[in-house]
Every structure is written in C-alpha cells, then in structure tokens.
Design a protein around this ligand. Structure first.
Ligand code: NDP
Length: 248
C-alpha cells in the first residue's frame, strides 16, 4: 500500500453518500481534499468535521458539474497550492425516475446525461492534462452495475453508466505510455440519498427499492476506491464491480 500523504484529491459529489464517505477515508490518509458539489452548507459542514477529526486541509468548490464554464473556471483558477491534483474521483451523479423510455420525462433524461456523462467529461478534460504533464495521477470514476446490466425502467440511467464504462476504458487506452491510472468502480445498490433523488423525494418509493436486499453502504464503496488508489504505482485496477450479496 502506498502512502497518499499530502496528495491532492478532488471529489465531485462530496456533499452526500459515496462522495462524503470517500472524503472521510482519504482524509484519514493525510491528503488535501478539494470537495465539489452544489450544496455549500453540506460541504462546509464536512470540511469542518474533517478539519476537527483529521486536521485535514480542504478547498471547497460550489458548482454544478453540468456547467462547463463553471468547471473550467473552478479548475483553472485553483490557487497554486491546490492546482496539482493527484487523484480525481468523478463521483457526482444521479438517476431520475424508473419510467418506460416511451413515457419518460425529457428533463430527467437531460439531467442524467448532463450530470453523469458531461460533468464527468468536463472534470476529466480540465484535470488530466496536468496529470500527464506532471507524470502522476489517477482518475477514479463512479460507474454502476447499471452500466453492465439494463433493468426495467433503467433505460437512460443505464445508458449513462454504460457511457461511463466506455469513457473509463477509452481514457485508459488514451493514457497508455503515461503513468496516469484509470479505474472504474461499479457498485450495485448502495443506501444513500440516491433513491430519494431518483423519486424526487418520495421516501416511501425510495425505501421500497431496498426490499429483500441488504444494500451496500457508502463506506463499502469508499473502501474499494481507497484500495484502488493505494496500490503500487505500476498496478492499475481497471474496473471493480461490487454487489450486495443478495442482489442479482
Ligand atoms: P447521493 O445522492 O447520495 O450523492 C450524489 C452526489 O452528487 C451529491 O453530493 C450531489 O451533490 C452530487 N451531484 C448531483 N448532481 C450534481 C450536479 N449537477 N452538480 C454537482 N454535484 C452534483 O448518491 P450516491 O452517493 O449514491 O451517488 C454517487 C455516485 O454513485 C453516482 O454517480 C451514482 O450514479 C453512483 N452509484 C450509486 C449507486 C447507489 O445505489 N446509490 C449504485 C451505483 C452507482 P449536490 O446535490 O450537493 O450538488
């Protein structure tokens, strides 16, 4: 296991769920954290907790990953002490509805495509050139089992995660000959705010999703992300699929 001490780690979607759990495990390893999301108070609260518990330094970015100009400006205007990003965790993402494709809501499709695909691409495009220049770096994308298996009503969300799989594989190919690593971490069901977001805050519908399954926890995923990031520099874990034991 390599030490990540003083490395700079940027996590998108750090205000909740898997991103929040990743922030905690990386904070424990003595990194410096750049935390991005739209909900400023959540980010501030997390930064305060991490500073108290681990003495970790944080830099917060309040932005919408769908806004290309906001992402470009946030990355290009990072203070010099924060600009040499070592690890990018492209985690921000969501699902909306479980509608049949021919009955689906177009704004839901656009939100998923713009967040899960374009947002991930923007961060990758603005951060990876610096990694290549500095001869070090690791991009870890949050894909999903939904990128491998399509389930009823999953249509557009599954398509976005199939795109994440293709982007991770493509980036890996494009970075051959450099030491920059690319990993896709693809979970099954994880209990976070994801289900509530999917059903626009309908808790009852959200809770039904987990019936008969003991879902993974955000910490289960953060453990795997951290494991991938701490392998020897010559080891690239391309893809990890992790599922609840009782999920098909
Ligand atoms: P949460 O809803 O708990 O967290 C989603 C995070 O993404 C939040 O921090 C949210 O921050 C951020 N986010 C969403 N949209 C935007 C946006 N437009 N701009 C900036 N940030 C945004 O869900 P999870 O933690 O479960 O999801 C994290 C990732 O894991 C996603 O990519 C998801 O697809 C993937 N995943 C989740 C699974 C699950 O069962 N939970 C299974 C497989 C994969 P804010 O709202 O503050 O902007």
């Amino acid at each position: 296991m390599i030490s990540l001490k003083n490395q700079i780690v940027l996590i998108t979607g750090a205000s909740s769920g898997i991103g929040n759990a990743c922030a905690r495990i990386f904070a424990g390893a003595g990194v410096k954290l750049i935390l991005a999301a739209r909900r400023w108070e959540r980010l501030q609260q997390l930064a305060d907790e991490l500073s108290r518990e681990f003495g970790v330094e944080t830099h917060l970015l309040q932005l919408d990953v769908r806004d290309r100009h906001a992402v470009e400006s946030a990355i290009t205007s990072l203070p010099p002490a924060w600009s040499a990003i070592d690890i990018l965790i492209n985690n921000a993402g969501l699902s909306r509805g479980l509608d049949k494709l021919h009955e689906g809501e177009l704004p839901d499709w656009e939100e998923m495509i713009d967040t899960n695909i374009k947002g991930l691409l923007y961060f990758t495009r603005y951060i990876v050139p610096g990694m290549v220049e500095r001869d070090r770096g690791h991009v870890i994308n949050l894909g999903s089992i939904a990128g491998h298996q399509t389930y009823p009503g999953g249509n557009v969300y599954c398509a976005t995660k199939a795109a994440v799989k293709a982007i991770s594989e493509g980036l890996k190919q494009d970075l051959l000959g450099t030491p920059v690593r690319v990993t896709s971490v693809d979970p099954g069901m994880v209990e976070t705010e994801f289900s509530q977001v999917r059903f626009h805050g309908d808790r009852e519908r959200a809770n039904k999703v987990y019936q008969g399954v003991q879902p993974l926890t955000p910490e289960d995923i953060a453990d795997v992300v951290f494991f991938c990031a701490t392998r020897s520099p010559h080891v690239n874990i391309n893809q990890v699929i992790l599922m609840p034991v009782d999920q098909a």
